[in-house]
Write a protein that binds this ligand. Structure first.
Ligand code: ZN
Length: 94
């Protein structure tokens, strides 16, 4: 599914060397929220993932390494969602 269908949002972070904090609907249940910190290029650092572009270039966005949100879906208590573990590649969540 497309990242743009998951209502992505972003904000700058106050943390040095981290470029953006993004959230989008959990691809597993589409009810909870997944949160990811991004850095542009380079290596993962400070708990952030690496993106090739920054928001709002959602359709071109590739994030590495994989996003492991298992058990942290914010809707888990309500829906029993096990969370999501997957990739964002060229704006596609898989
Ligand atoms: Zn979920």
């Amino acid at each position: 599914m497309r990242l743009t269908d998951l209502r992505p949002k972003w904000r700058p972070t106050p943390v040095a060397d981290v470029d953006a904090a993004i959230t989008f609907l959990c691809p597993a249940c589409r009810k909870g929220i997944v949160s990811v910190w991004l850095v542009l290029g380079g290596e993962p650092r400070k708990g952030a993932h690496v993106a090739n572009v920054l928001p709002p270039a959602w359709d071109a966005m590739t994030i590495r390494p994989s996003i492991a949100d298992e058990g942290r879906c914010t809707a888990a208590k309500r829906t029993g969602c096990p969370g999501w573990h997957g990739f964002i590649t060229n704006g596609e969540a898989s």
